[in-house]
Design a protein around this ligand. Structure first.
Ligand SMILES: NC(=O)c1ccc[n+]([C@@H]2O[C@H](COP(=O)([O-])OP(=O)(O)OC[C@H]3O[C@@H](n4cnc5c(N)ncnc54)[C@H](OP(=O)(O)O)[C@@H]3O)[C@@H](O)[C@H]2O)c1
Length: 335
């Protein structure tokens, strides 16, 4: 039966991705198996206030057959929030067994497996746990720290320049890179830049499809710094909300955003602000779009990050390297 559970969990992991990556809730998927191990219902969580994945799957069945198993990417919750506790819903539905990937670390929501076991439901934990953890790691970070997961993104020339010497930076990267980064933006809760980028580039900081239309979800636009920004700056247009924080204190920026439910923050530069995030040890993940151009000059992607010698370097590992048209996207993380 182990292979059956693994296959079912892979399907549940796929289903989880149908729910939104943004918002304060995790992406969760679930399938219900009958006694022979065949999938008879599927569900996923579609964001705060909507049914949890297990309940969504159960809702597709008029009767849950005897001997059914629920396979869920996250331990069924045990608390009543905007929806009822999933562990009790599974007990009430008469499910015989629950298989899950990741134990819920939430202070309020955890304990679902105890409720299930107390009601006589067999529980199997840790099936495809690594894949399940990868799915919810940003949510887990946010749940345990109360501040957003920080992804630092920049586009640079092969020699690490974020702009040409005259300040022009459009377009360092190619159309495929830009399309990919806009899709990623559409999954983030917020995008942050410093005042320097707004004053130099007047960016919209919206998530747009290749045809220019807006994605249905727009991240909050955040600008930090003390300079006065022109009222007609494009970040103040009606396409998304914008928050200007007149501060250089990055910890307070992250606390403010965390208290507003920002689970993942994209830091998009420019070099001054990006360097401060790196120097402060606040970056969880790097996304670097590297273009086959050489620019030379002084406009480097990162400035002083507090590393004065090779032994003090910030050591990373490459998680993935992806070809995007003529460019390369590198995802890197701390070791
Ligand atoms: N290639 C890329 O991916 C990319 C991305 C973005 C920008 N760029 C380029 O970068 C250039 C702009 O660079 P930039 O470094 O001036 O932009 P920036 O990092 O967006 O803005 C710098 C400004 O942010 C404010 N600030 C906020 N928090 C700060 C902190 N903790 N420490 C220091 N300053 C803080 C300061 O202004 P106040 O005086 O107002 O406080 C500072 O002058 C443009 O040429 C743009 O095209 C390239």
């Amino acid at each position: 039966m182990n292979q059956v559970y693994e296959n079912a969990m892979r399907r549940a992991l796929e289903l989880a991705l149908l729910g939104p990556a943004w918002g304060v809730n995790p992406q969760v998927g679930a399938v219900i198996l009958d006694a022979s191990g065949s999938i008879i219902a599927e569900g996923f969580h579609n964001g705060a206030g909507t049914p949890h994945a297990e309940v969504d799957a159960l809702s597709k069945l008029s009767v849950v057959p005897t001997g059914s198993t629920a396979v869920v990417t996250l331990e069924p919750c045990n608390h009543t929030g905007k929806t009822g506790p999933c562990a009790q819903a599974l007990v009430d539905a008469g499910v015989s067994k629950v298989v899950y990937a990741v134990t819920d670390p939430g202070q309020e929501s955890s304990g679902g497996s105890s409720t299930l076991k107390a009601a006589g439901v067999e529980v199997v934990a840790g099936v495809l746990e690594a894949e399940g953890l990868a799915l919810v790691e940003k949510w887990m970070w946010f749940a345990s720290h109360g501040t957003p997961w920080v992804t630092l993104k920049w586009a640079s020339s092969l020699d690490g320049r974020a702009a040409a010497d005259d300040g022009t930076s459009k377009w360092i990267s190619g159309p495929e890179s830009r399309a990919e980064s806009h899709l990623r933006r559409s999954n983030a809760d917020a995008i942050l830049v410093g005042t320097g980028t707004v004053l130099a580039d007047d960016p919209e900081l919206t998530a747009r499809k290749p045809d220019g239309s807006l994605y249905s979800h727009q991240p909050l636009r955040v600008v930090i710094g003390s300079s006065t920004l022109p009222e007609d700056s494009r970040i103040f247009n009606a396409d998304a909300s914008t928050l200007v924080l007149n501060t250089h204190d990055l910890d307070s920026v992250l606390s403010t955003l965390g208290s507003q439910g920002v689970k993942e923050l994209w830091v998009e530069g420019g070099p001054t602000v990006a360097s401060k995030f790196v120097a402060s040890g606040l970056v969880n993940e790097y996304l670097v779009y590297l273009a086959p151009k050489v620019l030379g000059g002084s406009r480097v992607a990162l400035q002083d990050v507090g590393v004065g010698s090779m032994p003090a370097s910030i050591d990373l590992r490459f998680e993935s390297v992806t070809r995007l048209g003529d460019d390369i996207l590198i995802r890197a993380r701390g070791k």
